[in-house]
Design a protein around this ligand. Sequence first.
Ligand code: NAD
Ligand code: TYD
Length: 353
Amino acid sequence: MNGKTILVTGGAGFIGSHLVRLLVNKYPDAHILNLDALTYAGNLANLKDIEDAPNYTFLKGRIEDPEFLKKVFEEYEVDGVIHLAAESHVDRSITDPMAFLRTNIIGTVELLNAAKDAWGDRQDVRFYHVSTDEVYGSLGETGLFTETTAYDPRSPYSASKASSDHFVRAYHHTYGLPVVISNCSNNYGPFQFPEKLIPLFINNIRHERNLPVYGDGKNTRDWLWVGDHADAIDLIFRKGKNGETYNIGGENEWKNIDLIYLVCDQMDAALGREAGSSRNLITFVRDRPGHDRRYAIDAAKLTNELNWRPKLQFPEGLERTIKWYLENSDWLEAVTSGAYLQYYEKQYQQKTS
Ligand code: NAD
Ligand code: TYD
């Protein structure tokens, strides 16, 4: 990484901010650029501790803007791209699919074009696309997603991510662009916008608001500590093979309702509330349309080829997460202030009416 300039997109978001912090601290001789549009999900407060680092530069702009991207590649002589910028929430993709098409598909193709135009035939460069296991669709009670599982996206979010994965592979096969892709399971940890399950429920419990459980609560997700994902991205970026895909997962499957009980019980303990009081906030609501039943990852390829394993599991990871949100309630209040609460309440009413 010495002397290299790495362009991270979406670095002001949840996973991106953990990755940018890791790269800035671990590679003082590399220049880390963070390109982010600062949508509702992007927040420079996530990177306060490294904002003055000499090897870090923030660039505000959109990945769908080809003129802006061209200037960035020309001005900074980018050697590698790690692309995380995306619309990332399934529920929002159901109410506004076009935003997902614009950012996740068109934005990714614009970024591929900018990299291809700037790099020509260079093979000492790399375009890394950070993607999701949701592209594989939904599992039954058994089985795991591998890198060869057929794509079967079922939400507008996963359809847009699947499409962008296909474009990244197409640029490798058609133009010889050196690319790598990873598909990861559900992440959790500090700085996740509190519309995703874990931080939403932590915040709702703080405010003694209802906890909306979709459907029967038995949908299953494989939860990975965000720091373990950032480590995997760093490793794959440096050591992965061009044209390959790597699955990343937590070996940590939970039915939503069991996870929610754990969050409730840990929150009661952390807040010194009577045991069982948070569970009383659980409210079963209308199911998410097209709700995928189960995701679970087989990460054997990454473990066998690059020796990666998740380091932090439940319950410690969840305890650390809860502690962080309670100690950073100012951050929570800031990101949920203004229009967000009205938006959330309207969505909640629609799920219960
Ligand atoms: P996030 O929503 O927290 O952050 C997305 C970031 O992208 C924000 O900083 C936002 O401002 C920025 N952004 C959005 N649209 C943009 C645009 N048009 N131009 C430039 N910047 C833009 O997302 P996240 O949860 O950190 O996810 C990051 C990536 O990882 C996404 O590509 C997502 O698909 C993928 N992923 C997420 C998870 C997960 O559990 N969160 C799991 C697997 C893969
Ligand atoms: P989410 O965090 O939105 O991630 P994803 O849909 O990408 O997996 O949701 C995780 C699980 O929790 C999913 O099965 C939907 C469910 N869920 C609820 O039951 N209630 C909620 O309010 C939210 C946001 C999610």
